[in-house]
Design a protein around this ligand. Structure first.
Ligand SMILES: [Zn+2]
Length: 457
């Protein structure tokens, strides 16, 4: 049987469900509450947050904490107080660690992430995040990029040197604060718990995020998704190319990793609620020789993606020139709208279905004929239907989808599971959809499989 035939049979199955083709294809019913949330993103508020962050001169993790109005101490207190001012529903706290002298940390230092929790009906967590610390390096990021060597940049020795960090990562912080404000004041009861997180010590090796992710892993805190925005406020590349109509989203592989599924979700739902802004997915963890806090969560097993502006101006990064003049609040607002659409869609949706058995094997087989696609999954609480997705087993994006009602298995006759990738998402009565759970074989290694034994001579 060739693929064309398989496609025909699948199309017949699609019609048999009674779902109108238009519904299966596109034009979903958008949730008016999410439309309203997205519409509340304020360019003016984002701009005033950026201007305020700039006034601290530096927010270097190692800068003075007791100089009035300057350095990380007053900066973190301002962010804390700002979050507290939004709503009594928001639980604001410092997530504090003592980091020992190591690497770029030149002395023992108290490091505080700032987190604001908006409790949902379940303890599953969705993160919206940025990092509030800054750094200035010798020659700035441009000096490093334009040089022939790929040596690590050298931080300016004085941690109190000017490093305003309006874009890196004041933009991610302003976005995080804006969403904390809108979500906490919305009156919406979310299914998942939302965490608005401003990380510290990103510039010393993602330390604040690593410490938090490590703790979450140890304490079995269920983090479902981390949206991390870092350098998302400028639409003018240093080479003169301007792009204010798209955002890059980086995610680590392999192709059906939890982070890749999250990235696809960002494109699907960000695109539906903010069609004027294009989400560009990149199938790699981050830019060359650059890092971000989403990677810290990946290291501890959590799904996380990194948002990056489409055109960077390296001359302003990690430098005293990272000022308000170098950002576009209108562009940042578009990126905030995409984040708002995705975070609220995720937080209103049921949990993604479980598509593996107790041994971690995918619950997909060729029953009953031996040539069919038979998919099974465990029911998700709150789901009233499921949507299955599939694509050729060579290609990044889902190509087909079908709503299948409140069932926990489906059979597509004469459909080769070996030639297609399948996945399933939970859908609630209002149409909120989870991330897709893909059916993938667990990766094995030679070590697990065991070496081939040979006869000794
Ligand atoms: Zn950064």
């Amino acid at each position: 049987m060739n693929r064309a035939t398989a496609g025909t049979l699948l199309a017949i199955a699609l019609m048999a469900t009674g779902a109108p083709a238009a519904f299966a294809q596109s034009a979903p019913d958008l949730d008016p509450r999410i439309v309203q949330l997205v519409g509340q993103v304020s360019e003016d508020r984002l701009a005033s947050t950026l201007r305020k962050l700039e006034t601290f001169g530096t927010r270097n993790t190692l800068s003075a904490v007791d100089t009035p109005g300057r350095g990380i101490g007053p900066a973190r207190q301002w962010i804390f107080d700002e979050l507290r001012s939004y709503s009594v529903r928001l639980q604001v706290s410092y997530d504090t660690y003592r980091i020992a002298k190591q690497g770029r940390i030149t002395r023992d230092v108290e490091a505080r992430n700032i987190m604001a929790v908006l409790p949902g009906r379940s303890s599953r967590r969705i993160y919206v995040s940025g990092h509030y610390d800054t750094i200035a390096v010798v020659g700035g990021q441009r000096g490093r990029n334009s040089g022939a060597s790929q040596q690590q940049p050298v931080p300016i020795a004085d941690p109190d040197a000017t490093a305003p960090g309006v874009n890196d990562d004041g933009s991610g912080v302003a976005l995080t604060l804006e969403l904390a404000r809108i979500f906490s004041q919305s009156g919406i009861e979310f299914e998942a718990t939302l965490v608005f997180m401003c990380h510290v010590a990103e510039e010393q090796g993602l330390m604040g995020a690593k410490l938090h992710a490590q703790k979450a892993r140890t304490e079995h805190i269920p983090i479902d998704a981390v949206l991390n925005s870092d350098i998302v406020g400028n639409d003018r590349g240093g080479n003169g190319i301007i792009d204010g109509a798209s955002i890059r989203v980086y995610s680590e592989g392999p192709e059906d990793s939890t982070s890749r599924e999250l990235a696809r979700y960002v494109q699907r739902w960000g695109g539906r609620y903010v069609p004027s802004h294009r989400v560009r997915l990149l199938s790699r963890p981050d830019r060359f020789s650059r890092g971000g806090d989403h990677t810290a969560y990946n290291l501890y097993g959590f799904a996380a993606v990194g948002f990056r502006e489409s055109r960077e101006n390296f001359a302003r990064q990690h430098d005293a020139r990272d000022t308000f003049e170098g950002v576009s609040p209108a562009y940042l607002a578009q990126n905030a709208r995409v984040n708002a659409a995705v975070a609220s869609s995720l937080a209103l949706a049921p949990p993604a279905p479980v598509v593996v058995n107790e041994k971690g094997q995918p619950t997909i087989n060729r029953a009953p004929s031996g040539y069919d696609a038979h998919l099974q999954w465990k029911a998700s609480s709150g789901a009233s239907a499921y949507r299955i997705f599939w694509r050729e087993a060579w290609g990044p994006d889902w190509q087909h989808e079908m709503l299948v009602g409140n069932v926990t298995e489906v059979t597509l006759s004469n459909t080769l599971i070996d030639d297609l990738v399948f996945g399933v998402a939970s859908v609630d009565a209002s149409g909120h959809e989870s991330v897709v759970s893909p059916y993938i074989a667990p990766m094995s290694t030679a070590v697990e499989a065991g070496d081939v034994k040979t006869v000794s001579q």
